[in-house]
Design a protein around this ligand. Structure first.
Ligand code: IMP
Length: 207
């Protein structure tokens, strides 16, 4: 679809439908050039819906729609790591693999164990991609969604402490360092979230 078919964002305030302060800050920074005031779902006291969707898009839309019911347009993001040899897991369960204690060291070890298991069966495919869907919802129920990916491979042991989540074991195609070793500015130029964001800005935020 050409950008002209998308609904334009003309309001002055946008709710970021996330209770993660890091995500809210990152999105607020990305929206700064457009002069849009950003409020967070936590700040507005909005409840976090249960992510019952079967895809990144379904979960992003569910979170955005739920927040927009409070009367302001809302932006939500759903993302994760998709591992080819594991049939796409952890995928939409990426946060869940780290457990209640959000232990990503453990989650990365679990992926490595599963990959070693595959390798013993002759499947040495270590390709993976990060995926992100951004959903922008209006109070009348209209939603615009945009997806982004960054492709690469998984390495072991994990390296670097600059990122978060699965960053220390992910090396993007054309690079040698992991996302954990990369400067945040460099990661934000090529990341799944940046790619989805660019599409959204082109479609909805430019005149
Ligand atoms: P969500 O907050 O439900 O969308 O969960 C996203 C999960 O995917 C996070 O908890 C991370 O584990 C993982 N994830 C998403 N984006 C990234 C990234 O850029 N680097 C590392 N891990 C990520």
């Amino acid at each position: 679809m050409s950008p002209d078919h998308h609904r334009k964002f003309t309001e002055s305030t946008l709710v970021v439908a996330s209770h993660n302060p890091g995500k809210v800050r990152e999105i607020a920074e990305l929206l700064e050039p457009f002069g849009i005031a950003v409020r967070s779902a936590a700040e507005l006291g909005l409840a976090e819906p249960v992510e019952t969707g079967a895809s990144f898009a379904a979960n992003a839309e569910l979170k955005a729609r739920s927040a927009a019911q409070a009367g302001l347009p809302a932006l939500a993001d759903d993302s994760g790591l998709v591992v080819a040899a594991l049939g796409g897991e952890p995928g939409i369960h990426s946060a869940r693999w780290a457990g209640a204690e959000k232990n990503f060291g453990k989650a990365m070890q679990r992926i490595e164990d599963a990959l070693k298991d595959q390798a013993r069966r002759g499947n040495t495919d270590r390709r993976a991609h990060f995926a992100c869907v951004l959903a922008l919802a209006w109070p009348d129920g209209h939603v615009e969604s945009f997806g982004g990916v960054v492709r690469g491979k998984l390495v072991w042991p994990p390296r670097g402490d600059k990122g978060f989540g699965y960053d220390p074991m992910f090396v993007a195609d054309g690079h040698d360092v992991t996302f954990g070793e990369m400067e945040p500015k460099a990661k934000h130029k090529i990341s799944h979230r940046a790619n989805a964001f660019r599409k959204m800005v082109d479609a909805c935020f430019r005149a």
